[in-house]
Design a protein around this ligand. Sequence first.
Ligand SMILES: [Mg+2]
Length: 249
Amino acid sequence: MGVPANRLFGGAVRQEVRVNRLMGMYPPREMAEKCAAVVEKGYTALKLKVGTTLQEDVERVRRVREAVGPEVMLTIDFNQACSAKEAIQRIQRMEPYDVAIVEQPVKAADLKGMALVRRAVQARVMADESVNSAAEAMRVIESGAADIISLKIPKMGGIFKARKVAALCEAAGIDYLVGTAPGTRLLDAAGVHLAVSLRNLTLPCEIGEFERMAGDPCSGLEIVGGISRPPPGPGLGVEVDLGRIGLAG
Ligand SMILES: [Mg+2]
């Protein structure tokens, strides 16, 4: 049809999306330096991987907050590392450093534990590994386990399935954002097309992960000043260099 992909699922309701940039897990001092460098490039939202010891996790967040200043929005992702009690203890110790969102503090199946964390901390709790489908989103919503659900296209099984979960969130009055897995511009382009089509989206989305990938065979998508815009061409709008992945000719 020769149209941008977002036109195939409702069209763009916004022109650009604020990017939440993922930061891998590093020792606290190194993590703070890396975060400061990313903020220097214009990013205003960062997601920090945490989940080692209480001392180290709190020090990571403290040092990053000191390095990036008060305005940057911080998300922390535990990747299921804690029990509910451990998570509550760590998150409460981080409260002076203004963490906005806590992602998947407990095991994916522990919805009671996640609901307990949600009630005990100021930060908003986001479900990631707990939600791979619309049915799982229903259970998280019914359990009161999350304030936010992370819509990841690969995890949900495609753009249309991610949009079903978005519709459930809208009906339940909870938030969502477009998350991602590390990948090429092809995946992030799909993410930004989805993000611009979501009417209730207010949170920064994980769009810039291609920047962390060496040798991306795709081109046509860049993050400028921490903001992503969908490429204007047909489809996802990125070019794939088939020669570089051994598929040319
Ligand atoms: Mg996660």
